[in-house]
Design a protein around this ligand. Structure first.
Ligand code: SF4
Ligand code: SF4
Length: 102
């Protein structure tokens, strides 16, 4: 195959064969940093839930309960958006079992 000369010649990528399949992929395996919520600071405003691109914030009975670590890829958007500064991004190597189980 000849070298493409520009981006318009690159083959089309992305999820095009099976849209809606993201929940079947364990994107948590990509994560280098893990969000850890300080439940004393969290007000359950749910902004993290609204902004998470992976629907990885767990909400039950209108309360923020933690993170779905099978799908959280550690982008840090939730920590940036949190108005209560209740989410810390911790290196996976240092996180241990913290935050597991939601
Ligand atoms: S954005 Fe912050 S305060 Fe709001 S629910 Fe999420 S962790 Fe809690
Ligand atoms: S780090 Fe990113 S993927 Fe993980 S819960 Fe926060 S916003 Fe969602």
């Amino acid at each position: 195959m000849p070298e493409p000369k520009g981006w318009k010649e690159l083959p089309i990528g992305g999820i095009i064969d099976s849209p809606g399949s993201a929940r079947d992929l364990e994107t948590g395996a990509w994560r280098a940093r893990r969000p850890i919520v300080d439940k004393d600071k969290c007000t359950s405003c749910l902004q993290c839930w609204m902004f998470c691109p992976d629907m990885a914030v767990v909400v039950q009975a209108d309360k923020m309960r933690g993170f779905d670590l099978y799908h959280c890829k550690g982008c840090g958007i939730c920590a940036k958006i949190c108005p209560a500064d209740a989410i810390a991004m911790v290196a996976e190597a240092e996180a241990g079992t913290e935050g597991e189980g939601g």
